[in-house]
Design a protein around this ligand. Structure first.
Ligand SMILES: NC(=O)c1ccc[n+]([C@@H]2O[C@H](COP(=O)([O-])OP(=O)(O)OC[C@H]3O[C@@H](n4cnc5c(N)ncnc54)[C@H](OP(=O)(O)O)[C@@H]3O)[C@@H](O)[C@H]2O)c1
Length: 351
């Protein structure tokens, strides 16, 4: 940890941006990061209001007040900016170590480099970039954070689904061996869907009311996992549906294993991972009769529901893993940010 907290800023202060800020404050004293600025298209009154009151995570557990261009949080001043382009802000003047890009609007290297040219020293993106060439590293915390190195300036925190699925698939591949993988993401509604049918999305199904239907949507999950686990390339498929809930999602994962196994062995692999130091705080295991809302505000990347593991024959296994798509992912943004800046500070390169 640095002697002083590392300074970070948020670009985009929607679901993920606000969860990142709140998660940092809920970590409390001793956090190695300090948010000095945030930028969004919203006005200051709305920013104060939606920081204080959140339909999903409840009231902010601290003092929040806007005064001038400061969002005061427990006495700290977070500078509030309202610029639609990276060039509208003097990022170097903010003295930040890292920008967390949480608007989802910058998806390739050329777009990401606009922040670097405008003075941000480095950027951590809250989504997978268009291709692996568009970023210096894509990180799933707990799996490959040792890839972070001093020379990198554009890093992706992957997706919430990748953060859930990749550690579990890696564990199963290492312990048992995987031949084929099929995943269905069952995901709560997001802000790219309308409340009532409306235009403005090229994916026609995303023009439909988020709260009326279960809606199949496109997903890049299979390709996203292959970036992290190239040993499984060409052997993964995925589909996704959005469901009318506010938050918390799950992955329904089916694997064809390389050798005979059973549900008990798969659960044992997951139980051991949940108890391990490497996955502490990242993977949890339960057999209690849960429903999705039980995991609202849960910081884990994946909570394996062992009561739902099934096998059909000796090599086909299906398992279910829950994740809070907002809170878990926001906590990983903080984990990766802190680890990345620690690596930068110690000028560590890939061995
Ligand atoms: N929500 C999740 O569960 C989740 C999980 C993991 C990753 N992600 C990823 O995180 C990204 C953000 O998702 P989200 O759910 O937080 O979306 P969101 O709630 O829509 O938040 C995005 C925010 O960025 C603002 N914004 C848009 N253009 C901007 C610009 N040019 N500069 C600054 N701010 C801008 C938006 O304002 P307007 O509303 O006015 O456009 C909005 O307030 C996406 O890439 C998403 O895939 C989301």
């Amino acid at each position: 940890m640095a002697n002083r907290p590392y300074k970070i800023a948020l670009n985009g202060y929607g679901r993920i941006g606000r969860c990142v800020l709140r998660a940092l404050y809920e970590r409390g004293a001793g956090a190695g990061l300090e948010i000095v600025a945030l930028n969004d298209l919203a006005d200051q009154a709305s920013i104060e209001y939606l920081t204080r009151f959140d339909s999903t995570h409840g009231r902010f557990p601290g003092e929040v007040k806007v005064d001038g261009d400061c969002l005061h949080i427990n006495g700290d001043c977070v500078k509030v900016l309202r610029q639609p382009t990276p060039e509208g802000i003097d990022w170097s003047g903010l003295g930040i170590d890292l920008l967390l890009e949480c608007s989802g609007q910058y998806v390739n290297r050329a777009q990401g480099e606009r922040f670097l040219r405008a003075g941000a020293p480095r950027v951590l993106f809250s989504q997978p970039m268009a291709s692996e060439a568009d970023v210096d590293a894509t990180i799933v915390f707990g799996v490959n954070q040792e890839r972070l190195s001093h020379g990198q300036t554009l890093v992706s925190n992957a997706s919430c689904t990748t953060n859930c699925g990749v550690p579990l698939l890696k564990l199963l591949n290492d312990a048992i061996g995987l031949e084929q993988v099929f995943i269905t993401t069952i995901h709560s509604a997001m802000n790219d869907q309308p409340v009532i049918d409306a235009y403005h999305h090229e994916d026609l199904r995303r023009t439909r009311s988020a709260f009326q239907s279960v809606i199949p949507v496109s997903t890049g999950l299979a390709r996203g996992i292959e970036r992290l686990l190239p040993e499984l390339a060409g052997r993964i498929q995925a589909k996704a549906v959005r469901v009318p809930t506010l938050n918390v999602s799950c992955l329904d994962i089916t694997v064809l294993t390389s050798r005979d196994t059973c549900a008990d062995e798969v659960n044992q692999v997951m139980r051991e991972a949940a108890a391990s130091e490497r996955f502490a705080g990242l993977i949890a295991y339960t057999e209690l009769p849960h429903a999705s809302c039980d995991f609202n505000h849960d910081p884990h990347s994946a909570i394996v529901d062992g009561s739902q593991t099934r096998s059909s024959g000796p090599r086909l296994v299906n398992l279910l893993a829950w994740f809070d798509n907002e809170w878990g992912f926001a906590n990983r943004m903080l984990d990766v940010a802190e680890h990345y800046l620690h690596v930068i500070n110690h000028k560590k390169d890939i061995p």
